[in-house]
Design a protein around this ligand. Structure first.
Ligand code: CTP
Ligand code: CA
Length: 222
């Protein structure tokens, strides 16, 4: 557990955090998703409350308990997450997008369970909106926008190009190529990159500690 510091440094700040995966339905019994557990986003929400922030969590399906003092909107799909984020955006000072949004959804939802047949099976997919690109078009000048980048190779270069393309203040580059870091597990290995060109390489450590480090960097920006 992390104690609250004496000066509650995010006191009164409204922070919007997205967490977890999204699920995109194929038929009544199947969906497309990813291995995100939501642990990083929930750790951020908990740490932000401890630092005195007012926290709204927009969460995809997870098995996690919502931390004490955190407000939550539960969503399933990327489209629902987008709508909730755009609705909440104007009320917040800081947005942290740790959710692992599904990039694609089935083009058609089959209202009846799809039966297996001989030969290959093809599901046509269409792209979901990029929520961070939508935020880019709607954000206010004072808002600090923080993204994540899940990368299995060229971690820093790929994260830097996402920082620029999505016009972020900061991006947390997440190396998911090692089993002891990233999706599903309690630890993470990240590098924080800022728009001003800073690069802060954090050691492999718990998502709780990483959350605190990320919030400290955001606070330094404020
Ligand atoms: N993101 C988003 N909306 C999407 C997809 C991603 O807002 N439809 C956000 C994530 O929440 C994260 C950041 O964009 O903060 C980067 O997500 P990531 O999956 O690493 O990057 P993509 O831009 O989707 O590119 P790719 O998956 O091809 O690497
Ligand atoms: Ca993606």
């Amino acid at each position: 557990n992390i104690d609250a510091p004496n000066n509650l440094s995010l006191h009164g700040k409204h922070i919007l955090i997205t967490a977890g995966p999204t699920q995109e339905a194929i038929d009544p019994v199947r969906y497309i998703s990813n291995y995100s557990s939501g642990k990083m986003g929930y750790a951020l929400a908990e740490a932000a409350v401890i630092l005195g922030a007012k926290v709204m969590l927009i969460s995809g399906p997870t098995n996690l308990a919502v931390p004490k003092g955190v407000s939550v909107i539960q969503v399933i799909t990327a489209e629902q997450m987008l709508n909730a984020v755009l609705e909440e955006l104007p009320r917040h000072d800081i947005v942290i997008k740790s959710a692992a949004v599904a990039d694609y959804r089935p083009k058609q939802f089959a209202s009846q369970k799809i039966k297996k047949t001989d030969g290959f099976m093809t599901i046509e997919l269409e792209k979901n909106s990029d929520i961070l690109l939508e935020i880019k078009n709607h954000k206010l000048p004072h808002q600090v926008i923080v993204g994540f980048a899940a990368e299995s190779e060229n971690v820093i270069d790929n994260a830097k190009s996402k920082l620029l393309r999505k016009d972020l203040d900061m991006i947390v580059a997440n190396d998911i190529s090692h089993g002891d870091s990233g999706f599903m597990v309690d630890n993470n290995k990240v590098t924080i990159l800022t728009r001003s060109g800073q690069s802060i390489d954090l050691p492999l450590q718990s998502k709780q500690i990483i959350a605190r480090r990320i919030l400290e960097q955001i606070q330094n920006k404020e």
